[in-house]
Each structure stands twice: as structure tokens, then as C-alpha cells.
Design a protein around this ligand. Sequence first.
Ligand SMILES: O=C(O)CCC(=O)C(=O)O
Length: 382
Amino acid sequence: MESPKSSPSPSSASTPFPCPLNPSPGLPGEFVWSREGPGPLDLVPALDVPVIDLGGFLRGELEETSRAIELVRAACMAHGFFQVIGHGVDLSLIDAAYDATDRVFGMPMSRKVGLRRKEGTFWGYSYAHSDRYSSNLPWKETFTFGFEHNQAKSTRGVVDYFADMVGRDFVHVGWAYQKYCEAAKETGLAIMELIAMSLGVDRGHYSRIFKEGSSIMRCNYYPPCEKEEETMGTGPHCDPTSLTVLHQDGVGGLQVLLDGMWRAVTPRHDAFVINIGDTMMAMTNGVYKSCLHRAVVNKEKERRSLALFMCPPEDHLVAPPPDLLLTTTTKDDDDDDGKVRKYPDFKWGQMLRFTQSQYRADVATLESFINTVSNQTPPKSR
Ligand SMILES: O=C(O)CCC(=O)C(=O)O
């Protein structure tokens, strides 16, 4: 879905501040990616990603549930990406979240800069992540805020965050995001149940953990870029988080690396794109894959996406369920009594801090993190 023609283009917001997204002329060196460029969008084949209708599962229909389980299992073992429709989220909530996103990025740069993410925190506005990195900058602006899954535990909801941090004139934007996050989270929790069933473990195993967790909600805005082949909207990375519930507008740009080839995830307004993150990969003992993906930009159209990154509680000890360890035993594992662990225990909070302050997420985040924690004292079991 493109921005409504009537709304001002966020990139046109006038600003007295230097902004790397409004270069003149040409592409500043820090945006040039030193690796092979993405190439024109239409040369990238579409990812063979199942579109799973959740309707039957949500209504408790057995046949449809079995079908959804099979599709989830196949996709998660192959690459960890799939799309879901029939999720029950009102499309007007999604449209309202995009309108809210247009309001956020349409603010004058002077106001956005005032909302810049402060050092040591995760939340707020960022252009090109230029506060953290100085090369291979992504051609995008982002706005990030937190969303507590158990609202009873929430000390400050999304509405209050916007009212306090952005201003009273953004209360309705906060409401739009609050409702969107609530609905997207419910979809994520339903998928956690399908994941558990597809692995043959207790249906509520993952959803129980994540009901007490929180999400990082990131709104991405990609302005058009003259030099689309030389830069990147979001660089190649695996999500360090657990499960991503993403909505992309109709422009297209999300790509997944499979068998050494980039493949496009075709946008659908009625669908969420779901992918497994590194932490969920660890929670499934590596059976389900967290896969490298990126977002490319294009010359003509701005693009937006809404990513809800679901996380367990920070003090949660990340480990696969014991019954899964028995079912994932391979012949070579016999000596280990069937309990071969691919990853050591870690707390999600450790991984969160590692990726926010020490390591730029890429294809090897989990491996690098594990190497780091393996040299430290192991966390105590709860
Ligand atoms: O914009 C997209 O489609 C993907 C965004 C993404 O991967 C991210 O924000 O981590």
C-alpha cells in the first residue's frame, strides 16, 4: 500500500539539520554498501513462501489446523518465513498504523531529531542508525518503541509513551499503535501455538512464555533513492529476537536469502509476514531456522513497514523444551542420552544487550553471542 497521495511525503519535511537522507548531490559514501548491490527489484525471483490461512485454526477446526501445522513446519524448517492471512486483525487497524507512521515521519526534522534514541536506550527516532554506525548506513528512518504483552504489568503504555515523549498532539497516534500492537501480538501468540504443535510439544509452551514478554515495535520509513543499486534499506541480518510479525506496504522490497539467492517476499495487504528469529531458533534447538533477510529501496516510491519483534521476558532462560530434545535426537547424538543441546542456556536480556551495544545483527549474531557468553559465567537456572 502506497502512502495516500494527499499526505505530505515525510522526506520532504524541511529541516535546518543536516540529514544523511537528503543528500545533495549523489549518495554520501557512508550509504554505499561495499558488497554487491541488490539489483533491480524485478530481477529477484519471488520466495516460495506459503500463505497460511489462520481462520480455521482460530475457529478450532481440526482439518484446517492440521494443514496450518504442516505448512508452518515445512516453512520453518526450510527458511523460517511465511505469510498469514485470516488472522482476524481488522485491516482498518493496519491502515491506521500506517497513517500514524506517516504522521511520525512527517514531523519536521527538528522535532524528530529531538526524539532521537538516547545512548543506552532502545526507543525513539533514528535516521540511518547514524548514531551507532558510520559506514554501511541503511537508507531509512526508524521509530522504535516498546510494547508490554501483559498490559496489567505495563508501567507505561504506548499511548502514554507518545503523549509524554512526542507530545499531546500524538495521543491518537499512540492509540493507533497501541491497538495495532495488541492485535499483531495476538497473531504472534497464535503462531507460537502452531509452532509448538508443529514441533510436537505442549501447545501452550511458547505462548505462555511470550504472554509475559514484550515486543520491540519498529516503524521503518524508506525514502526513494536515486542510487537504489548502491545502497540498502535494511542491511542483511537475522533477527536476534524471537518471532517477527511484519506488515509491509504494497511497494515491495523485503528479500530473503535462500540457497545463495535473494528472493522477494511479495507484499499482500491482508497478510502479515512472519519469521523466526535467532532466539526462537535457540528455543527450538535449531530445528527451526532464523534466516538472513534485507530490504532494498527503489528510485520512485517511498516504502514503509511495521515490524513487531516479539521477545520473552528479559530474565527468561532461553532453552528448548525437554520433550523437544528427545524428538530431535539424531543417530550421532546417542552418546549424549538424546539430550544434545545446540546452544547453551542464556538469558534473553543478555542477547538483547549484546545486539544493542556490542554487535550489529548479521548472519552470525547467534554464533557470536554464544561464543561471547560461553566465555562468561553461565546464567543460573530459574
Ligand atoms: O522493511 C522490511 O521489510 C524489513 C525490515 C527489517 O528486517 C527490520 O526492521 O529488521
